[in-house]
Write a protein that binds this ligand. Structure first.
Ligand code: ADP
Ligand code: MG
Length: 256
């Protein structure tokens, strides 16, 4: 069933009392197990779309449906991972991964079992007793993914998870996230401003306009190796797709 947006508009009341339309009449459908990226200019409403999917905000008009059910509040069907890992510094990795399960009242034994399994999935076996400060930035992001997956969500939301990493770590993480997500067969929505990353990781890409964000194009990425971006990167077509996205976005250099 996946995720469906039906004519979703989101308006905010700003501090000076004016109405700001962040997202305008957005409709799309993401099939179960599909990996879709959203690209668009800064401030066009990408994070707002994730927040509405997570039930943190309600649309002003329109509907967000997850597996056919209206999203009306935060719920355990949605795993949300941000750019910052938000690991708790006083907890070791395994108890960080267990955190979301504790909040849901899962028994101690089951928590440990699920956390260990996700740790393995995310290539962090052996690091369960380390503390966040003992891990590299890339490993911390993998731990954050493990924590997101541990609640077994129906959909995984990723908001620019690699944007704070150096170029090489980013390549490694794209690869490791892609293989983990393919294994778990999770429906995934990735927000990124990195057009190549969108091409490397996705089945499909939604292109948003400037604010108020609306879907101006949908690109199906017809390339193999979604589970291995490092492999997909070798294909010349990757650049063609990225160039097409660039053109659609009509990106321009702007004065500060
Ligand atoms: P993006 O992630 O694409 O950069 P956002 O979704 O964060 O953009 O924001 C879209 C627009 O909505 C921005 O102009 C932002 O300032 C505004 N906005 C986001 N959240 C709020 C809020 N809670 N209250 C008021 N304005 C908001
Ligand atoms: Mg954002």
């Amino acid at each position: 069933m996946g995720l469906e947006y039906r004519n979703v508009t989101k308006q905010f009341l700003t501090n000076d009392g004016t109405v700001l339309t962040a997202v305008n009449q957005v409709s799309f459908h993401i099939a179960e197990g599909e990996f879709v990226s959203v690209v668009g200019p800064s401030g066009c409403g990408k994070s707002t779309i994730l927040s509405m999917t997570a039930g943190l905000y309600q649309p002003t008009t329109g509907e967000v449906l997850l597996n056919g059910e209206l999203v009306t509040a935060p719920n355990s069907k949605v795993g949300f991972m941000l750019q910052k890992d938000l690991l708790l510094p006083w907890r070791n990795i395994i108890t960080n991964i267990e955190f979301g399960l504790e909040a849901r009242g899962v028994s101690k034994a089951e928590r440990r079992e699920r956390a260990l399994s996700e740790l393995k999935h995310c290539h962090l076996a052996g690091f369960e007793n380390h503390y966040p400060y003992q891990l590299s930035g890339g490993m911390r992001q993998r731990a954050a993914l493990a924590r997101t997956l541990a609640i077994d969500p129906a959909i995984v939301l990723l908001d620019e998870p690699f944007s704070a990493l150096d170029a090489q770590t980013k390549m490694l993480l794209q690869n490791s996230f892609a293989s983990t997500i393919k294994e778990t067969a999770k429906t995934t929505l990735l927000i990124t401003h990195d057009l190549s990353e969108a091409v490397l990781m996705s089945d499909r890409i939604l292109v948003l306009s400037e604010r108020p964000g609306t879907v101006i194009a949908e690109i199906k990425v017809d390339l193999p190796h979604r589970e291995r971006p490092l492999e997909r990167r070798k294909l010349a077509e990757v650049n063609d797709y990225a160039a097409e996205l660039f053109q659609l976005l009509k990106l321009e250099e702007k004065a500060a």
